[in-house]
Each structure stands twice: as C-alpha cells, then as structure tokens.
Design a protein around this ligand. Structure first.
Ligand SMILES: [Zn+2]
Length: 453
C-alpha cells in the first residue's frame, strides 16, 4: 500500500517565514500559559524580573535562564510539597509519567489528553515521513512503562491506520515474525542486532522476513552501527529521537538529518557556556521549549530546558522530502562524554570505531570501554572490550588497528598523545555474552570512567 507523503502536509511544508511566525505566536502563548498555570514558571519569571509580555518570539528565549532535569527534581516531592512544574488542573491530567532517573529521583511528567495527541502527532509525522501508512504492522520493542514513547507511538499508529504489536521491552520470539508478518520493527540498534543474530541461529535470514523497514531509537548510535544493521537486515533503518520531555524528531526517507517538528517543539542549540546560540552547522547543547498552540493546555511545560544532548542543525532549508522543518544530526548524550588529555570522548566515538565493516565478520557489535589512569601521572588508558561472534578471531591486530585508526581520525590532539604513549588503547576479546555489561541489569553503560576522582 502506498503511504501518504505527509501526515500534516500544511504545517510540515510551511515556508520559513510563515513557520517562524507560527513559532513566535506559540512562544508568546506558551510563556503566557506558563505564567498563568505553572507555579514554577510564575515564580521563575518574577525572580528573573521578566515580564512575560517582553518575550515576543523565539529569539527572546535567549534572555530567559536555562532549566534542567535538576530544576524539575528540585521543584517536586520530596523536595517541595507539591509539583511546581505541573501546569494544568490535576483533574485535567490523563496520565502521569516518570523518566527513568539514572541519578536519584525520577522526574515527574503530567500529560493531558491534548499532550497525548500532540506527542502522537509528532510520532505520526515521523512514521509517515519514513514511508509508513495504513496496513503496516509494526512491532514496538520499546518500553510501555512509565516512559511516554511506546504508548504515544501506539496512538500515532492508530491515527495512521497501522497495526501495532506491542511487544514492549523484552526480546521477542521469532515466531512473532512468521505468525503476524510485521512490516516494521521499532527498537534500539542493539535489540535489532540481537534479533538478527537470533533469526540467523534459527537458520533464517533477516532479509527473508516480512519486515520492510526498521526504526531505531531509544539511544544515540553511530552511523557505522546503523549502516551495519541496515546491511544485516537488507532494509533501511530510520532514526527517531524521542523523549518523555517531548522531543520526537524523526528521519525521513531522504535520510538527511532528523526533522524537528518545529511548530510543536522549539529547539535552540547553545554554546558550552550556555550563553549564546551557536550558528547552524556547529555542535552545541540542545535546549528545548514546548510550543503550545494558542488556546492549548499542557500538563508539564518546558521552557529553555537543557536536554543534556549535543547536536548540530544541518539545515533549515526545504528537505528533498518536501518538509521545511529543520533537520539536526543524531543527538549524542552529554552524560556519555568523558574528557581525556583535553579531548572529549563520547560513547558514539567508541561505537563508530567498533563497527568497521571488515571487523564485523568476527564481532557481534557488542562492546564496552573503560577509562583508567595510566602508569605515569596524567596518562590515560582506554580498555576496549569486544564481543566475538565465534571463536577468538585470527586477525585481532587488524580489528585493533581499524579501531585505533577510526577512533583517532577526528581527534588530532589525542592521536599525538597516542603516539607518545601518554594515551593508550588496550583490547580484550570476549566470547558470546562474555562482556562485563552482560552481568549488569538495565540499560548498559558502554563507556565508563574508572579514573579515581
Ligand atoms: Zn525530509
């Protein structure tokens, strides 16, 4: 069945000046709504001596302070007696969510039914932009728990006319593939890699399944791991970046960045000091602001909220797909960045180095890396653990060399430290399920800093 090209054509193809005018109108309404309905924002505006009527458009958001996950936690129980970010009457709240807090108290999010519809709309636009349409059967391999993602994706599917197979978090039996003949799977890169291996173990080929496309999300990944996944399945893999905070950006079939639904969420990219916007094309911290349509209601509003993810605006020009909404690169988690000898190392840098085409004959793609102090003061050692698909590979050295070459490719300073021995990379090769991370519960941390202090 041919899918519709757009979910909301009029707004998705709006010219830049009309789109900016719509954004500015919604910024004004959102700030006014926040001032009227959220105890936190009312106090915040007052405290910062800001008259909300002075915020006339998205450029003015620069004059407002930045909020973070910490700000939310500091304004909810147990720290305060009530939920100060709550911006609607409790009677109007449809669901309550929490983000899986890696540190301490989870953040609470309150959603009205309107919020649900907007979240679903963002996912629906993304799905349609990836070629989905009525008649698609989608396996959702994402958590149906306190996270918003899987649930609102399911509502999006209803609106498009798709069938959902709500597997949830767990691994699924390959019989699901033969019984229901799904046309797509939504999951993390590593879940989809594992599934491909499972299928292969049963003597089948992923290419021979009914699956037509894969949607990867839930965590950031390297282009290299996505390319490998696409090759393994012989299917396109689209990226979706969603969060309980309400981002939901998706890659379209043109695969040239993730479209940000600019009429529903505003994304600014800040410099490391969080003082100014960086120009398009430069990497910075993503700061988001919920945009409410005039007259709309929201249970939790975020204004100038630090996503703690870094990204780059690729373009605000019309995409090959026809959409005008801006495109960003796959955001990377700032929490997965560590510094070594003046160079930032993100988990994605490690992942890119693992997924070298020739290395993948021996590797499963599962990896972990640890940073340690070296023998001399100030030296750093990165120990990389790689999982092999079978017995120990004979070309270990080649895998190591490819890793080092890719890892240091864009890190000239660190490459110099590697040359003079102040930065070292060591490798361990493990058999199936032999990595340390397999002994841990929950989402594994793949880059861990084990340097004291
Ligand atoms: Zn596009």
């Amino acid at each position: 069945m041919t899918a519709g090209r757009y979910y909301a054509e009029q707004v998705e193809t709006l010219g830049r000046s009309d789109l900016n005018a719509l954004i500015d109108e919604r910024v004004r309404y959102t700030i006014r709504y926040a001032n009227e309905h959220s105890p936190f924002y009312r106090h915040w505006l007052k405290e910062n001596r800001i008259d909300y009527t002075d915020i006339r458009g998205h450029e003015d958001l620069l004059h407002l302070p930045i909020c973070s996950g910490k700000t939310i936690r500091e304004h909810q129980p147990p720290v305060t007696s009530d939920f100060r970010f709550l911006s609607a009457d409790l009677h109007d709240i449809f669901t309550i969510h929490e983000t899986s807090g890696t540190s301490g108290t989870p953040k609470s999010f309150f959603l009205t039914w309107e919020d649900w519809k907007r979240y679903a709309e963002k996912y629906a636009r993304s799905f349609v932009s990836q070629g989905f349409g009525p008649g698609d059967r989608v396996v959702v391999c994402a958590s149906y728990g306190m996270n918003v993602g899987a649930n609102t994706m399911t509502l999006a599917a209803k609106n498009i006319g798709m069938t959902v197979i709500p597997i949830g978090k767990c691994d699924f039996a390959t019989r699901v593939l033969s019984s229901y003949r799904p046309t797509a799977i939504v999951g993390s890169v590593f879940k989809l890699l594992r599934l491909a291996r499972k299928i292969a173990l049963e003597g089948l080929r992923p290419q021979d399944t009914s699956v037509e496309r894969l949607v990867a999300g839930g965590e950031s990944f390297a282009d290299e791991s996505r390319a490998y996944l696409a090759q393994l399945w012989g299917r396109p893999v689209f990226n979706t970046y969603g969060s309980t905070e309400g981002t939901m950006c998706g890659e379209c079939t043109a695969s040239s960045g993730l479209h940000v639904p600019e009429d529903l969420v505003h994304l600014d990219i800040y410099d490391p000091q969080m003082k100014a916007f960086v120009p398009d094309g430069e990497c910075g911290r993503g700061v988001l602001t919920t945009l409410l349509p005039v007259g709309g209601k929201a249970g939790t509003l975020l204004i100038n909220y630090d996503t703690e993810d870094t990204t780059v605006v690729l373009s605000r020009e019309r995409c090959a797909c026809g959409r005008t909404h801006m495109r960003i690169i796959n955001p990377a988690r700032e929490a997965e960045t560590f510094w070594a000898l003046g160079t930032a190392i993100n988990r994605i840098d490690v992942e890119a180095a693992v997924f070298q085409v020739e290395s993948m004959q021996d590797l499963t793609g599962e990896y972990e890396a640890f940073l340690y102090d070296g023998k001399s003061r100030g030296d750093v050692v990165m120990r990389v653990g790689l999982e092999c698909s079978g017995p120990a590979p004979t070309d270990r050295r080649d895998i190591e060399d490819r890793f080092v070459a890719r890892f240091l490719k864009y890190k000239r300073d660190l490459a110099r430290h590697y040359e003079d021995g102040t930065f070292a990379i060591t490798f361990t090769f493990a058999g199936p399920s032999g990595l340390e991370l397999h002994t841990l519960k929950g989402r594994p941390k793949r880059l861990i800093d084990r340097r004291p202090g």
